[in-house]
Design a protein around this ligand. Structure first.
Ligand SMILES: Nc1ncnc2c1ncn2[C@@H]1O[C@H](COP(=O)(O)OP(=O)(O)OP(=O)(O)O)[C@@H](O)[C@H]1O
Length: 581
């Protein structure tokens, strides 16, 4: 419940006065509903349905008198017209309120999405390497929708409660004894239903677990779809899918059953109560016909609210795991938030353009494990030169690059740029000056142009082609039927591995970085294209610091220095031919 309260607080801060306006409108609508209903009494009296019973209903006799003073031909049409007007006004008001409510709810969802997405993007790199990406999808889509829906439902429930209390007040005024009977019965039923709330929470927990597995599974399967297809693994994945969706279906059905039986229990209880009323009214309390009619109508409307409150409570409780999951993620993002940086991209480019990078006794372990990925690494990377990092798989090359880029913070030792330590916001700001090209390059499902412009939105056509030429990709882009406007497919699937690598390299250059990091970035290229890139990198020397991680000796031929990594330890060699890898 504290998690629900937390999100209600968020809603209050987000919506401000609008929230109270909305709640007041919900209550006003409920009252309006009651007025329309109450108007029926004098009308029924006018038609003679109540005999002298209207007198037992407060204000009904006065209303009836006013109607009787009017000419007979006018009284009924006039009172019916007033009734229709009241209901029409209520319908109009209801429409307005529904639209405002939807706007408020959608605005709140967007606000939650934005704050969560922002926190995720500003979380540090170790936060991401510890987690499954599909968990973020799950929380940002399905769980967030459940949270917003439950928050909205809670508001509806609150206004429903206020209105129910008002109606109970009116009912008390009409007949305290009968109302007391209904309330006691309602309380007894609510107590008997407590176990159902617990069951709703269990179903909600299972729902969260199952949908988490569903998202994670789908994500893995479609990421590995090529493996599945080429190894004919469809049948086993289908079995998994069938089993999981079967459990999801059973869980949803269990919840529907729970809700449906709650409804029917309340309905049966309502029939029993009405029967009890009629009996008590005639045989024991001897209330008038008009009063009895009004009470029956009032309770016929009041009782469904009790049912709705119980059903709403079950639904809200079933969403509590979603509240907990979302809040946990928010908290963890908050703890992993990178320091805010106030410097501009240009500041950083200038600052790092001619800065020598120095690692002094840097050690690092992943997740506080016992194995060091980097052990007491002391190296200097000269500015404007090309440094190669070589070593066997698992030797610590990528970890060293991540530390140099400020993605990972050393456990001990320090990294200095131009003699100044890169800590706190400086470590984050440093990345403005870095362009990184990974072994498995990432492209959006968009055109080549958009994929390039995302790093420098105002780059001109000529600059795009210059970058492409640099990365030896101008020729293949020109050959494509739609040139720069060709859609590359999901993660660039419509291009070859080498073409993807070259495009990402072009993008990295277009950014005009001060430090260029290539992590096995030419591994998918043929000898000709690799040679072209090597020559282009040679030309870049002097304009930026280049760090190349590579296995192939050909890639690092032009390196000014080689850092050889072995089990997390680094040694510097001047000549690439001494490379032990
Ligand atoms: N996210 C991680 N969590 C835990 N351990 C990790 C993680 N990433 C890397 N390691 C471990 O750290 C060590 C260094 O890994 P790193 O990726 O830096 O090696 P590498 O030299 O770049 O290897 P490769 O050439 O295969 O990419 C390895 O023992 C690896 O198992």
């Amino acid at each position: 419940m504290t998690d629900l309260r937390y999100y209600l607080g968020k809603l209050r801060r987000y919506a401000g006065a609008r929230l109270y306006g909305q709640l007041a409108a919900m209550v006003a609508l409920g009252l309006f509903d009651g007025v329309g209903l109450y108007m029926l009494v004098p009308m029924l009296g006018l038609l003679g349905f109540l005999g002298n019973g209207a007198g037992s209903v407060p204000f009904a006799e006065e209303g009836l008198e006013t109607l009787r003073e009017l000419p007979e031909s006018l009284a009924l049409p006039l009172s019916l017209a007033v009734y229709v007007l009241i209901v029409a006004a209520q319908a109009f008001f209801q429409r307005e309120q529904s639209v405002r409510g939807a706007r408020l709810q959608q605005g709140f969802i967007r606000h939650l999405r934005l704050t969560l997405y922002d926190s995720l993007l500003h979380s540090n790199w170790p936060f991401f390497i510890r987690r499954r990406k599909s968990d973020f999808h799950h929380l940002l889509t399905s769980e967030l929708a459940r949270v917003s829906q439950a928050t909205h439902l809670f508001l509806q429930l609150t206004s429903s409660l206020v209105f129910t209390i008002i109606q109970i007040g009116i009912a008390f005024w009409l007949s305290a004894e009968l109302t007391a009977v209904v309330l006691v019965s309602g309380a007894v039923i609510a107590l008997a239903m407590r176990g159902r709330i617990r069951r709703a929470k269990e179903v909600g927990n299972r729902n969260s677990e199952l949908s988490l597995s569903y998202y994670a599974g789908l994500n893995d399967h479609f990421s590995g779809i090529k493996d599945i297809k080429s190894n004919r693994l469809e049948a086993s994945y289908l079995d998994w899918f069938r089993a999981l969706t079967g459990r999801m279906e059973a869980n949803f059905t269990a919840f529907a059953r729970l809700q449906a039986s709650t409804q029917s229990l309340y309905r049966i209880a309502a029939a029993a109560l009405i029967a009890l009323f009629v009996y008590l009214s005639f045989e024991v309390l001897r209330v008038g016909a008009g009063q009895l009619l009004l009470i029956v109508i009032l309770f016929a409307r009041l009782w469904p609210r009790f049912t709705a409150i119980q059903a709403g409570a079950e639904q809200i409780v079933s969403a509590i795991p979603a509240f907990q999951g979302l809040r946990r993620l928010e908290r963890e993002c908050g703890e992993a938030r990178e320091p805010e940086e106030e410097r501009t991209i240009e500041d950083e480019r200038v600052r790092f353009a001619h800065a020598e990078i120095e690692c002094r006794g840097v050690s690092f372990r992943y997740g506080g494990g016992s194995d060091y990925a980097l052990r007491d690494v002391t190296v200097t990377i000269p500015a404007g030169k090309m440094t190669a990092i070589v070593g066997k798989s698992g030797a610590g090359k990528s970890t060293l690059a991540d530390v140099l880029m400020g993605l990972l913070e050393p456990e001990s030792g320090s990294v200095l740029f131009g003699g100044r330590p890169a800590t706190g916001d400086a470590r984050v700001a440093l990345r403005h000056a870095v362009s990184y090209v990974a072994q498995d390059p990432f492209l959006f499902h968009a055109s080549i142009r958009d994929n390039l412009l995302c790093v420098r939105p105002n780059a001109g056509e000529e600059e795009l082609w210059d970058a492409l030429r640099f990365a030896a990709s101008d020729e293949f882009v020109k050959r494509l039927p739609e040139g720069l406007d060709t859609i590359v497919g999901d993660r660039g699937v419509r291009l070859s591995g080498g073409e993807r690598q070259r495009l990402v390299l072009a993008r990295a250059i277009l950014r005009k970085p001060s430090i260029l990091v290539l992590d096995e970035a030419t591994s998918a290229l043929d000898t000709d294209n690799e040679e072209k890139i090597r020559q282009a990198i040679d030309r870049l020397k002097g304009t930026m610091t280049i760090i190349v991680i590579a296995h192939r000796l050909t890639t690092i031929r032009g390196a000014d220095q080689v850092i050889a990594m072995e089990r997390g330890e680094a040694s510097v060699r001047k000549d690439y031919r001494q490379d032990p890898a």
